[in-house]
Write a protein that binds this ligand. Structure first.
Ligand SMILES: [Zn+2]
Length: 482
């Protein structure tokens, strides 16, 4: 395990990662609300989270990641007012809310797979945690943190002295944000719904009976606290909640937009229920902009998988590469031109690792691996890590075999499937060879296997006379047009 420093939103400092139960690192990741297409912003966020997981593995930690799927309770206005995003999508698309959730969850994981993002160890839907969420709200009720009003059970934020500590915003500012949409029955503007009641006369597709109301549904924030406690600390068993079992989670990740409300409320309710610190390290991904503007449906710059495919990007590795070129805590500006540039860059890297000949320089290999690691331990500085990759590729004195070894090592973190891509290219190139050349190459291969070097060499010359060059690599023979 290496000394890895990560920026912690809670302390606003880069801190040495000290997991509670090393080498295990317990991670909670806020997943998507599955009411619409997966877009570039999601793609960037989860690629960056994937980098964290890969870096932890690279340094021999054992990450254990839990991710939720929000399929109920996320209201349009993040602050417990407005229609449920799932129900609205169902109404607009004239489909069942459950169907919508299923469809967009499927799409989300398809995109994640295309981006070579490793799936979390546990993925759980909000709707699969209803009894546990109710138990947690009951615990908060028992501890005196809740109150009931007409439309639900609310959390009283005035009972938490350090409420809002994650955002570093003065309470006044948090209150201003909260006042945008205010429910007059709430005691404090920052109070939030733990459990909501279906309004009279409204038909909801997703609702459950709860101790407070026959037709009700969870608030948005409660699911993440519940799942974090359920899957990372096993606080629920036999229909009961055991807050004393809770152990502070090592890392919690999510988009930067989740800081002032969602994550602030996750902290408040978890710490109120357990009396323990919720999370040691909070990591947040910055926004993605498109052509310098916020990505939005109305601006027509809201890009999804089908837009990428429509522009010829069936392979999403160039996009992944593009994401790695901006640090996760910096805003990134996406343009189609930058994606085209990333595609070319990827092709060049693959070309470099495709030609492998010569000896190894282990001293240099060690040097470059150390350089790469130095960038990663500094709050996952991927742009600098990529710069080391280009340094390796551009080092003319480095034998190509060493280059390949180094690049393959780096790719454990980069996740660009470089070796596989190189193999694919070689195969497709060989498919295009004339049959005569292919059969000569096969013949030569058999002779070489039998150790008949002189005869094999004669065939090599014959192939060369026909205008092709033979290269023997560690991955097999490569034949190219001269
Ligand atoms: Zn969450």
């Amino acid at each position: 395990m290496k000394a890895l420093h990560l920026y912690n939103t809670l302390t606003r400092k880069k801190e040495l990662l000290k997991p509670l139960f090393p080498p295990k690192v317990r991670i909670y990741t806020c997943g998507p609300t599955v009411y619409g297409h997966t877009h570039l912003g999601h793609m960037r966020t989860y690629t960056n989270t994937d980098i964290l997981i890969r870096v932890l593995k690279y340094f021999r930690f054992k990450p254990f990641q839990v991710m939720n799927i929000t399929d109920v309770g996320h209201l349009l206005g993040d602050r417990d007012l407005g229609e449920d995003k799932m129900e609205k999508a169902a109404r607009q698309e004239k489909k069942d809310a459950w169907e919508i959730a299923k469809e967009y969850t499927k799409e989300f994981f398809l995109v994640m797979k295309k981006l070579n993002i490793e799936k979390a160890d546990i993925v759980s839907k909000a709707t699969d945690n209803i009894p546990q969420m109710i138990l947690l709200v009951q615990e908060l009720e028992r501890r005196g943190f809740t109150y009931k009003i007409k439309d639900g059970i609310y959390f009283d934020t005035s009972k938490v002295p350090d409420y809002g500590k994650l955002s570093h915003m003065p309470l006044k500012k948090l209150l201003e944000g909260a006042r945008v949409e205010i429910n007059p029955e709430k005691r404090n503007p920052t109070d939030f719904a733990l459990w909501k009641f279906t309004p009279k006369g409204i038909h909801r597709q997703m609702e459950w009976a709860s101790p407070w109301n026959k037709k009700s549904f969870p608030g948005w924030h409660i699911e993440c606290s519940t799942m974090a406690m359920r899957y990372l600390s096993y606080c629920f068993a036999g229909g009961k909640f055991y807050p004393q079992r809770f152990e502070t989670i090592d890392i919690h990740t999510g988009g930067i937009d989740l800081v002032p409300v969602h994550h602030t409320n996750e902290i408040a309710q978890t710490e109120a229920a357990t009396g323990k610190k919720f999370v040691n390290y909070w990591m947040h991904n910055e926004f993605l902009q498109v052509d310098g503007k916020k990505m939005s449906k109305s601006l027509g710059n809201f890009y999804t998988l089908s837009d990428l495919e429509g522009r010829g990007y069936k392979d999403l590795m160039p996009l992944r590469y593009l994401f790695l070129n901006t640090h996760y805590r910096k805003k990134m500006n996406f343009t189609w031109k930058s994606l085209a540039g990333a595609k070319t860059a990827c092709e060049n890297i693959i070309r470099e690792v495709n030609v492998v000949n010569g000896l190894r320089d282990q001293k240099k290999e060690k040097y470059y691996l150390a350089e790469f690691a130095n960038k990663l331990v500094n709050d996952l500085n991927m742009p600098q890590a990529i710069a080391v990759l280009h340094e390796v590729l551009g080092d003319n004195s480095l034998p190509s075999f060493s280059k390949k070894e180094i690049v393959m090592n780096f790719d454990q973190v980069l996740g660009l499937n470089l070796l596989e891509k190189a193999k694919e290219i070689r195969k497709s190139r060989q498919k295009k060879l004339p049959s005569k050349i292919v059969s000569l190459a096969k013949k030569r291969e058999t002779l070489r296997e039998k150790g008949k070097w002189a005869e094999a060499d004669k065939i090599r010359k014959k192939i060369e006379e026909l205008g092709y060059r033979v290269e023997d690599t560690s991955e097999g023979t490569d034949i190219k047009l001269i």
